[in-house]
Design a protein around this ligand. Structure first.
Ligand SMILES: Nc1ncnc2c1ncn2[C@@H]1O[C@H](COP(=O)(O)OP(=O)(O)O)[C@@H](O)[C@H]1O
Ligand SMILES: [Mg+2]
Length: 415
């Protein structure tokens, strides 16, 4: 799958543009603050409805406008056909009107798609950007978003479960807020109802997240080993409701069963049995936390607080690592993401490299480019000549990059 055309209306500093892009390497160059990242961001937003820079769709609408529209015309190699996807967002929200309603619209071949899970995965992208460092040194929310996005790209049922979980947690929090500080006022029937639904969904989510963290850890670890010349060992562990991971691991009757689970070949009956054990445990944990939750007026325990524990040679990277190690670990995680998407979808995702290429040393560049042989790539940079020379060293093939010059919200293809 590759992009043939990018069309944008009122996205960030772009008014209206239509760009015919090349099937392999596309280089977007120009001075700072002209719109290079905005273009890459637009592609990512259209493909997976998520920006690497903001969680607020409002920020993506051109100042003074009410709606952005992004559209990608795609070519599907497998069936040799074209298909299009489009994501738009409309709101009248402003400083004076903060609670205005908002409307998102997704389309596939011009037809509205109601469920995001049916839209995700039509076109997969993986973005490498300076913000990736947050995976290692940022707040848990960055790592949760990373894991959620990765699993959603390869498994629509996960996305639906995630959505349902978030909705229930919000509803439960609204109840807790109304009972806040007064355990006598707390309605156990209401809270039981939320906890019961949450326990079942959380068990499913924990099994997904555990499995994908294991896959990530293995793949990221082997990338990191190459990047660090075999000197450092990177490991990623899934962290959730206390005791749940240990219980999950204990619930497999053999190592082989655990391996089958991670490989996705476990039988449905065993899966359901283990999910049942986990669900019961989570329910007991949620109930045990009820008094505290009511006191605070918010859910203190649950998978909405999950995290990934990233360790280098056994030490947590957040506290004990250099900038260089953090960069390598972040790159290894992203390369692992790329590989998992490739393995699951059996096709190369589109790669978006925002401002990362010039910052990498040659070892990391080789690692990055070796995973990208048949993919369509978009690279942003400030200096056309520099990137041309550097790429020539790494892309030994006859690939002809296409160049685009960006100047204050206009983007022009150069022949
Ligand atoms: N919602 C928006 N509406 C209009 N302009 C925006 C919006 N968001 C960001 N910008 C402008 O986009 C420019 C930055 O673009 P960006 O793509 O990040 O630059 P770069 O070319 O350095 O990657 C800035 O001038 C900023 O003011
Ligand atoms: Mg930029």
């Amino acid at each position: 799958m590759y992009i043939k055309k990018i069309s944008l209306i009122n996205f960030r500093n772009y008014g209206r543009i239509e760009l015919d892009v090349g099937p392999s390497v596309n280089i977007i160059y120009g001075n700072n603050a002209q719109g290079k990242t905005n273009l890459i961001e637009a592609v990512n937003v259209c493909a997976c409805i998520s920006s690497h820079r903001t969680s607020k769709d409002r920020d993506l609408i051109k100042f003074g406008e009410k709606e952005y529209i992004t559209e990608l015309l795609l070519h599907d190699d497998e069936y040799d056909t074209d298909t299009s996807i489009s994501a738009s967002f409309y709101t009248e929200e402003s400083e004076d009107n903060p609670n205005s309603t908002a409307k998102r619209e997704l389309k596939h071949d011009g037809i509205a798609v109601d469920k995001i899970s049916e839209y995700m995965g039509i076109c997969n992208t993986v973005i490498f950007a300076p913000e990736d460092l947050n995976l290692v040194k940022g707040a848990p929310a960055s790592r949760r978003k990373f894991l959620n996005m990765l699993i959603s790209k390869v498994s629509p049922t996960y996305y639906d479960a995630l959505n349902r979980t978030n909705r229930i947690i919000n509803q439960k929090n609204a109840s807790l807020k109304s009972f806040r500080g007064d355990i006598k006022k707390a309605d156990d029937n209401v809270l039981d109802f939320w906890d019961f639904s949450l326990a079942d969904l959380s068990a499913e989510m924990i099994m997904y997240r555990y499995r994908f963290t294991e896959l990530l850890s293995r793949k990221a670890s082997s990338h990191h080993s190459v990047i660090s010349d075999g000197k450092e060992i990177l490991r990623i562990a899934y962290s959730t409701i206390g005791g749940a991971v240990e219980l999950l691991e204990r619930s497999f009757s053999s190592e082989e069963e655990l391996h089958m689970f991670i490989a996705g070949t476990l039988s449905e009956a065993i899966y359901a049995r283990i999910k049942g054990i986990l669900s019961e445990y989570i329910l007991s944990k949620l109930k045990a936390s009820r008094r505290y939750d009511v006191e605070k007026g918010i859910s203190m325990s649950g998978i909405h607080r999950d995290d990934l524990d990233i360790k280098l040679d056994g030490l947590s990277m957040k506290n004990y690592s250099s900038q260089g190690q953090q960069r390598s670990a972040a790159l290894s995680l992203k390369l692992a993401e790329l590989q998992i998407i490739k393995d699951f979808t059996r096709s190369a995702p589109i790669l978006l490299l925002d401002d990362v290429f010039s910052e990498l040393d040659s070892g990391r560049r080789v690692s990055l480019l070796s995973g990208m042989k048949d993919a369509q790539i978009f690279i942003t940079c400030t200096d056309r000549e520099y990137i041309e020379n550097e790429l020539a060293k790494f892309l030994m093939t006859d690939i002809d990059p296409v160049f685009f010059k960006v100047t204050s919200g206009s983007c022009v293809r150069e022949e």
